[in-house]
Design a protein around this ligand. Structure first.
Ligand code: SF4
Length: 517
């Protein structure tokens, strides 16, 4: 799967849409030993950059535009000013990992805080995973931060603190560094691909580049298929400017992020519009339509796809060019797999701390899998389609089993629901709250847990979904305390012991069922 970046001027993603793991692994796969190499299907001329003069003009126009309009971004400033190659590569590497699947506007603050806290590979290698997760909290795709730190440790402990100096070595030696990231680090930090020092061209292909190239060359076949991805890498390597490879790669991505955006590309402002086959096709259609309007005899425009069913890069016969879409006919990709539906019961266990402030109990997730190592409110999976009463009972049973103490279903107060979309999961959290008067005694062999104030909660390694859960609870509490609304809190669940001195009380006393009327 190759997710494409969303388009919105000012909120443009630079990182979203980097080639997905499937595409990366297939590209890197070696042919079976002894198996004959499949002959590549021929690419019709309209899908190629075969005219050297055109390629040179495209490079010139794109780089001139980039020099004038590129965004001022902290990682670009660092890369331009840093004389040390390892530090430069580290600065680019962190930005590239953070930008995967995440908008530039979101990344800037995370990047600045990260580089302030861990300005070098050595500093990052000494950090704990907990610290990394805390800083990464809210950025999503948490395994990226974890792998970045693992890789930093590897550079320090196994590579003598020196970053690998080529794209191939970066990809081979560093966990979490795929073909795209390796090419970006090598071309931007080391100038790999510069003809004066390196015979090998180093282009890059991410979601933005896929979109731009597919439009420039009318590639309408599934852009996430390994065959098309391979062609796009060939194309990126053929196009990259050999005197400024790093700038050229960034310029192509910048064009995709700010001009050639997914839904409403700004073709009129595009520095490479004269080289764009998709735009030519739209212009021909418009010219033909206007001539037809004025009844002038005009030849049919040359807008046919190139092969009679044989071109591997044209749109499939079942999905021909759609005039109403214009250049956004490209790129295309296979329909996305529907995310899996999941429901989870989440319980905000709350007590009053030493100074009367609310404290919440959070538990740590396992060290592998979704949201590995992050902290959350105690959560338990639910089957789909359960009645609320049944959900409540199941949550009470789960809490009881976890804490080894009776928990009355009637003590749990339903606060609302939170929907959070992970890349492959549509998760609904059903939020309950349970006020307590003291500590609980959970078997330490189970998940680690701790009590945190609201402020501590927000600086802990908690996911965005859990922050939404706390908001639901806060909203509900505000509604309950607002004048005229009256308390909706169930009898028997009233917070007790506010202002206590932190004395540890027995759980049983606070989890007994509500008394009868
Ligand atoms: Fe993209 Fe339009 Fe430029 Fe073509 S002319 S590359 S479609 S912005």
């Amino acid at each position: 799967m190759v997710p494409l970046r969303a388009a919105a001027a000012g909120g443009l993603r630079r990182g979203a849409g980097r080639p997905g793991p499937a595409a990366r692994s297939r590209r890197g796969a070696a042919p079976r030993r002894g198996a004959p190499l499949p002959a590549p299907a021929p690419s019709p001329a309209r899908h190629l950059f075969s005219d050297l003069a055109e390629v040179e003009a495209l490079r010139r126009n794109l780089l001139a535009w980039y020099d004038e309009f590129k965004r001022d971004l902290p990682w670009r400033r660092l890369a331009a000013a840093e004389p040390d190659a390892d530090r430069r590569a580290y600065a680019v590497w962190v930005s590239e990992i953070m930008l995967q699947q995440t908008q530039v506007a979101t990344v800037i603050d995370y990047y600045n805080r990260w580089m302030q806290k861990w300005p070098t590979l050595q500093a990052l290698a000494q950090a704990s995973l907990e610290e990394v997760n805390e800083l990464w909290a809210g950025l999503g795709y948490y395994s990226r931060g974890k792998r970045l730190q693992e890789a930093a440790k590897k550079v320090v402990s196994e590579l003598d603190g020196q970053m690998p100096r080529t794209a191939e070595a970066l990809q081979k030696l560093l966990p979490g560094v795929g073909r795209y990231t390796a090419g970006a680090i090598a071309s931007i930090s080391y100038g790999q691909g510069n003809l004066s020092s390196c015979p090998q061209a180093t282009g890059v292909v991410d979601g933005n580049v896929i979109r731009v190239l597919c439009r420039l060359r009318c590639i309408g076949a599934d852009s996430s298929s390994p065959a098309v991805i391979d062609r796009l890498w060939d194309m990126a390597n053929a196009l990259v400017d050999r005197s400024r490879p790093g700038d050229f790669n960034q310029a192509l991505m910048e064009l995709g992020a700010t001009v050639c955006v997914p839904k409403a590309p700004l073709c009129g402002e595009c520095p490479v519009k004269q080289h764009c086959q998709a735009r030519h096709r739209v212009e021909k259609e418009l010219a033909f339509a206007s001539q037809k309007l004025f009844s002038k005899p005009a030849p049919m425009p040359d807008v046919e796809d190139c092969g009679a069913g044989g071109c591997p890069l044209c749109p499939p016969a079942t999905e021909p060019w759609d005039s109403s879409l214009g250049v956004t006919n490209f790129p295309r990709k296979a329909a996305k797999k529907q995310p899996r539906l999941e429901r989870t019961a989440t319980c905000v266990l709350e007590r009053r701390g030493c100074h009367g402030a609310a404290e919440f109990l959070i538990v740590q997730r396992p060290s592998s899998g979704l949201l590995a190592g992050l902290w959350e409110f105690p959560s338990f999976p639910l089957a789909q389609g359960l009645q609320e009463e049944k959900q409540r009972e199941m949550l009470a049973d789960h809490l009881q089993a976890w804490m080894g103490q009776p928990v009355a279903a009637g003590s749990l107060q339903l606060m609302g629901e939170v929907v959070h979309i992970f890349s492959h999961i549509h998760q609904t959290y059903v939020v309950y709250s349970l006020p307590l008067d003291g500590d609980i005694t959970v078997d330490p062999a189970l998940s680690p847990f701790r009590w945190v104030t609201e402020q501590e909660f927000h600086t802990s390694a908690v996911s965005t979904a859990m922050k939404k859960v706390l908001k639901v609870r806060e909203k509900q509490c505000k509604e309950e305390s607002s004048p005229g609304k009256g308390s909706k809190r169930k009898r028997g669940t009233k917070l007790q012991g506010a202002g206590n001195t932190g004395k540890q009380l027995s759980l049983r006393a606070f989890l007994r069922p509500p008394t009868s009327p």
